[in-house]
Design a protein around this ligand. Structure first.
Ligand SMILES: Nc1ncnc2c1ncn2[C@@H]1O[C@H](COP(=O)(O)OP(=O)(O)OP(=O)(O)O)[C@@H](O)[C@H]1O
Length: 312
């Protein structure tokens, strides 16, 4: 966990309208130096719009944000020069080679001479792309494209990088390696703001914000968010899964009863799921095996939040 109090992102009541539609509403969030800050939310929640405002590429229609010491509305060029931004589409030139893409971004950020050569060598080494410099970016697999996009976004050693769903469509091993690299960058003092739909990735962030319908629903450390969701979990195996699911969904406070292979997982809001589930299934004469309490996860908290919003 970073121990710096220096705010690298300070957004106050940030809003963005598109015509009558409010995509981001009154979002306030702070990110400290060296922090990995995750932004979660369902599709269309406003995550990318919020990121684009913080990057200085989209003007807010309300509120303000200071990013790496510059106001995003008044000094967008200063913001852009001092951040890295990896978009969902990776923003690579598919008909240029790996080396040409990196060279292009190096020029964009004004790198020249020995410093330019040093940085290009460094990102090629860190991304393990040195053997692929002549390959067209469009011919790389998803995992290698992702490495190249991160190399381009960090060529100028920005103190802050924004990553918009950086691991979408990338295999699990590449995702792990990518996150190791993100933690390495953060440990060296780089601040990272990342949107993701992968809940295992959310658990790897220092702090999170849950966004829904353009508003921050909750924010804080993953553990604290999970605790605030107030969910208790029971896992067990039953012979008649359909009947058990039907019976358990009728219990008070049940958020979800879902299958994980042979295991049924019951999430209950404020209660004793093991005792309640056992009593209910015993009464119906259903055989239950291996029942145990389990830990609620960020995914449980997230799913409960989205469901509650939909019910409201
Ligand atoms: N340029 C635009 N013009 C009009 N509406 C837009 C524009 N950009 C985004 N929106 C709308 O704003 C809302 C938020 O979109 P945004 O892309 O920020 O969501 P998101 O949380 O990033 O979604 P996803 O997880 O699917 O990427 C959506 O309803 C979207 O249609």
């Amino acid at each position: 966990m970073p121990d710096s109090d220096e705010l690298v992102v300070d957004a106050q009541h940030l809003s963005r309208r598109f015509g009558a539609h409010v995509a981001v509403r009154d979002v306030s969030l702070q990110v400290r130096r060296g922090e990995i800050f995750g932004v979660l939310g369902p599709n269309g929640a406003g995550k990318s719009t919020a990121l684009r405002m913080l990057c200085g590429v989209l003007d807010p229609t309300g509120g303000r944000a200071v990013v790496v010491g510059h106001d995003v509305a008044r000094e967008p060029e200063r913001v852009k020069a001092n951040i890295g931004y990896m978009t969902q589409s990776f923003s690579l030139y598919t008909d240029l080679t790996v080396a040409e893409n990196i060279g292009f971004y190096a020029s964009l950020y004004g790198l020249a001479g020995a410093a330019r050569r040093r940085r290009i060598d460094a990102v090629l080494h860190e991304s393990e792309l040195a053997a692929r410099t002549g390959q067209l970016a469009g011919e790389l697999s998803g995992g290698w494209k992702q490495r190249l996009a991160l190399a381009c976004a960090t060529i100028h050693q920005p103190p802050l990088i924004f990553l918009d769903e950086p691991t979408a469509g990338v295999d699990p091993l590449s995702r792990r390696e990518f996150w190791e690299r993100i933690h390495g960058l953060a440990a060296a003092g780089t601040t990272v703001v990342v949107t993701t739909h992968y809940m295992d990735e959310a658990e790897r962030c220092h702090r999170l914000a849950f966004i829904s319908h353009g508003e921050v629903f909750d924010s804080g450390r993953p553990d604290d968010i999970v605790a605030r969701a107030g969910l208790a979990i029971a896992e067990f195996i039953v012979d008649d899964v359909d009947q058990a699911t039907y019976l358990l969904q009728g219990l008070p406070g049940v958020e979800e009863c879902a299958h994980y292979g042979r295991v049924l997982r019951l999430a209950v809001h404020g209660g004793e799921p093991v005792a309640a589930a056992r009593a209910r299934l015993d009464r119906a004469g259903l055989a239950v095996h291996d029942m145990r309490e389990s830990r609620a996860t960020v995914e449980d908290a997230f799913v409960a939040m989205v469901r509650r919003e939909r019910r409201a």
